[in-house]
Design a protein around this ligand. Sequence first.
Ligand code: MN
Length: 232
Amino acid sequence: MSAFLFDPPPRPSLAVDDLAERYPVARIFCVGRNYEQHARETGHAVDREKPFYFSKSATALGESGATLPYPQGTANYHFEFELVVALGASARAISVADALGVVYGYACGLDMTRRDLQLSERAKQRPWTLGKDVEASAPVSAIAPAARIGHPRSGRIELRQNGIARQSADIGEMAWSVADIVSHLSGFYHLGPGDLIFTGTPAGVGPVQPGDRLEGTIAGVGALSVTIGPPA
Ligand code: MN
């Protein structure tokens, strides 16, 4: 076995409810514009033909209780609170009817976004990398296994900023269901255990400041809380 030139970076992973073992993370896919009211607040409509995606590096993951540094290169850092799907089996061109069978569990996640850069990139028809693939921009709660909670099709999703409700919707309002997304995405990737999918955010996204506390809950899934730290 060959030695590495330097110590490999630690493998990103998430806690699992009631288990000592951790869930090793491979990739993070994110769905854009999956709630009609949020699509409208960004000046768009949901694309009913097909979902669309961007991705984040798995190294952007964090855990509940974390302090997220306010990132460099932005003056408009936004929260987007989302249902996260954690896959537990492989899937290639899987049908909608079979798609939930490869889901290991669900979690609460924040898709933190440099909104100023995302919008300027979008206006120039450039990729959203600088806006979305931000260091420490993907804190995720412990995973609730589907074997325990089932596959939630509805339930309140709420995000509070310093105790004030900012996002409040129902995951049943998603234009593309978890099964739709897993099926569609599996037509482009050999999905597998360790892949996470952020399923999009409801309306009410907004900017954070250092010192802010963000607390999110999804009924039947779990809760996530983070603090925004000083610029780093
Ligand atoms: Mn998002």
